[in-house]
Design a protein around this ligand. Sequence first.
Ligand code: SAM
Length: 212
Amino acid sequence: MAPQKKYVVEHMEDGISPWVLLEYLAISHDVGGGGKFYLTSLMPSLKMSLPPQLVDPEVATTTSTDVIDLPGVRELAGQGRVCLLDPGATKDLAPQDAQVFDWFVFGGILGDHPPRDRTGELRKYGFEGRRLGPKQMTTDTAIRVVKMVVEDQIPLDKIEYVDFPELRWNKHESTEMPFRYVKDGQTGEPIMPDGMRELIRQDSNRGFDDFV
Ligand code: SAM
């Protein structure tokens, strides 16, 4: 049997914003338990503020959404079979990569517009890189897409996406999200973490540069 795929998110933000938290919860839910989701480089003080679904092993075993903590992705450097999901990579991820990689590393970074290439900080570890097409995705979307490609064997260009969706609040107000999302097959809507629309709505009155 092929080894199970493991998803590593290297936390790269200073604190842990509500946006990031909702993404991590969505990832934990999507990836499931059994040592498949690693959230790395979290300061101990941040760990204290995480909801139990992300840290409590008791909850983890009963809800099967555990997060296993590694000190950092540098622990994986030099191990082989590790893929960095890198918007700057020259090669796109393909279903055959399931035979090449077991570990998939992502930047735990808020999406930004225009992108600042903070994923570049992870390139220094020498991981082989793969791109998920030319458009920036949120971290939870990137993991969703990698799972579809390597676990479900769906090529990148056969996945249905919603690009830069406009979230409409009323007749006069809307917010455009400058990212690519996976399309929900039933509703046609972009798949976003639970609670994310409400958070965006609350923030839409404030003006912002950084998004999830
Ligand atoms: N602007 C960001 C940066 O500074 O690199 C992109 C961050 S993105 C919100 C978070 C993570 O999702 C990235 O670090 C990368 O691992 C993954 N990701 C997002 N879009 C991607 C793409 N098109 N190709 C490969 N990886 C992607």
